[in-house]
Design a protein around this ligand. Structure first.
Ligand code: 5GP
Length: 194
C-alpha cells in the first residue's frame, strides 16, 4: 500500500463529517492521515494547536497566502481563514499515507480540480437545514450569531453536492459510517476488514 491518495469530506458545518473522518482515521487498513489545516479562527473547547488546526493570526495567515504556501485557502467566515498548507500534504505523502481532509465545499472542489485522479471527493448531506440547526445548537460551542452564519452558508453549500464524486446521506450515523468506509476502501484499493 503506497498511499498518495487524497480523500476529501466536505459538507455544511454540523453535517457530521468530522465524526465520519475521525471514524475512518481509526481504520488502520485504510492508511489514512489527517490533513491539519491552518486557520485564523479562535480555538474552541479542547482543540489543540497542530493537532486540530495550525492556529494563527489573520496577519500570519495572510503572509502564507502571499508566499503561496497554500494548496487552497478560503475565508470561510469573515476574518476566519482556513487553508491547506502544501507542506502538510507533502509531509503526509512522504510518509506514504493517504491524506484525508475535513474541509469546506469550495476548498474540497479546488483540491479535486488540482488532483483529479488522486482525489475522491465526498459530500456529506445532512437530513435537512432544520436538523443542522438543532445539531449546531446541541454542540453549543458558539454564539447564536455564529450558528446563524453557518446555517446561511449551508444552503449555498448544499447546492454544490452534485459536483462531488459521491454523496453520503447522514440520516443515520452507523449507515453513513459504513458507506463512507466502503467508498474509501474501494478508492484506496483495500478489502474491508470485518
Ligand atoms: P470549523 O470552524 O467548524 O472547524 O470549520 C469551519 C469550516 O471550515 C468547516 O466546513 C471546515 O471543514 C472548513 N475547513 C477546515 N479546514 C479547511 C481548509 O483547510 N480549507 C477550507 N477551504 N476549509 C476548511
Amino acid at each position: 500500500m503506497d498511499g498518495g491518495k487524497l480523500i476529501i469530506f466536505s459538507a455544511p458545518s454540523g453535517s457530521g463529517k468530522t465524526t465520519i473522518v475521525r471514524y475512518l482515521l481509526e481504520q488502520q487498513e485504510l492508511n489514512l492521515a489527517f490533513s491539519v489545516s491552518a486557520t485564523s479562527r479562535p480555538r474552541r473547547g479542547k482543540e489543540k494547536n497542530k493537532e486540530h488546526y495550525y492556529f494563527m493570526t489573520v496577519s500570519e495567515f495572510k503572509k502564507h497566502i502571499k508566499n503561496e504556501d497554500f494548496l487552497e485557502w478560503e475565508e470561510v467566515y469573515r476574518d476566519n481563514f482556513y487553508g491547506t498548507l502544501k507542506s502538510e500534504v507533502e509531509r503526509l505523502w512522504a510518509e506514504c499515507k493517504n491524506v484525508i481532509f475535513d474541509i469546506d465545499v469550495a476548498g474540497g472542489l479546488r483540491i479535486k480540480k488540482k488532483f483529479p485522479k488522486e482525489t475522491l471527493a465526498v459530500f456529506v448531506k445532512p437530513p435537512s437545514v432544520d436538523e443542522l440547526k438543532i445539531r449546531l445548537k446541541k454542540r453549543s460551542t458558539e454564539s447564536d450569531d455564529k450558528i446563524n452564519m453557518r446555517i446561511a452558508k449551508a444552503s449555498v453549500e448544499l447546492a454544490t453536492a452534485p459536483q462531488f464524486d459521491e454523496i453520503i446521506k447522514n440520516y443515520d450515523l452507523d449507515t453513513a459510517l459504513e458507506e463512507a468506509h466502503s467508498l474509501v476502501a474501494d478508492f484506496v484499493g483495500v478489502a474491508k476488514a470485518d
